[in-house]
Design a protein. Structure first.
Length: 220
């Protein structure tokens, strides 16, 4: 037991001595994610991909021209938001759909969003040298993450849909989770969104560390 405690004591001292570097690493990591994703917002596939999130958000839907428009889905016969009829798969280029997105303002909005994301990421990175900018960047990262997490409530595409034939489920010999849908079954989009919990925590951590350095500099 004494040996184990000694090992933990040694590891604890090493970790604490590197704490400042860990915050630097966290800032670089946040910047990398922000700059990469923000930069991709100029691409057609990335701009198309965020349409379900924005169109269904009560806080952001007004930023698109066609958010309130609906249409009858040709396969289901149900009334759906119009964007559902103009989805492009990643790597797919359908001219008719792209024209709809141009009319919707999809690409103009995405470029603006990308610039904002890159700016926030840059502020976080500059926090390595400037506590004030780092504090601002961290708080903006937290705020942006909260908005993103709200999509779990407002975007149906965040959850696995019920596409199973009601006559075939449950089926003898299949595990109980076959055909699971709805909460808490996150779809690919939902799994992407939920990761922003980590980003929100990281934003608060770098903001708090920057605040500590700012107050320390004021006391000198």
């Amino acid at each position: 037991m004494a040996t184990i405690n000694s090992l933990f004591d040694f590891a604890s001292r090493i970790l604490l001595s590197l704490e400042r570097h860990f915050y630097t690493y966290l800032r670089i990591a946040i910047f990398l994610v922000m700059a990469w994703i923000g930069g991709l917002k100029v691409c057609q596939y990335e701009a198309d991909g965020i349409v379900p999130f924005v169109s269904n958000s009560p806080f952001m839907s007004f930023l698109y021209n066609n958010s309130s428009k609906t249409a009858i889905h040709p396969k289901t016969g149900k009334e759906v938001k119009e964007y559902n009829l103009h989805k492009n798969k990643e790597g797919e280029v359908i001219v008719e759909n792209i024209k709809w997105h141009q009319e919707n303002g999809t690409y103009a909005f995405s470029i603006g969003l990308g610039l904002m994301i890159c700016t926030i990421g840059t502020l976080v990175l500059l926090g390595i040298w400037s506590p004030r900018l780092g504090m601002l960047g961290g708080l903006l990262t937290f705020g942006m993450s909260i908005v993103t997490l709200s999509f779990l409530v407002t975007t149906p595409e965040c959850w696995v849909p019920n596409l199973a034939d009601g006559n075939t489920y449950p089926h003898e010999g299949l595990p109980y989770f076959v055909g699971s849908h709805g909460f808490p079954m996150l779809s690919g989009a939902g799994r992407l969104v939920i990761k922003d919990v980590i980003m929100s925590a990281g934003g608060l951590l770098v903001a708090a560390e920057a605040a500590r350095r700012f107050l320390a500099s004021r006391q000198k």
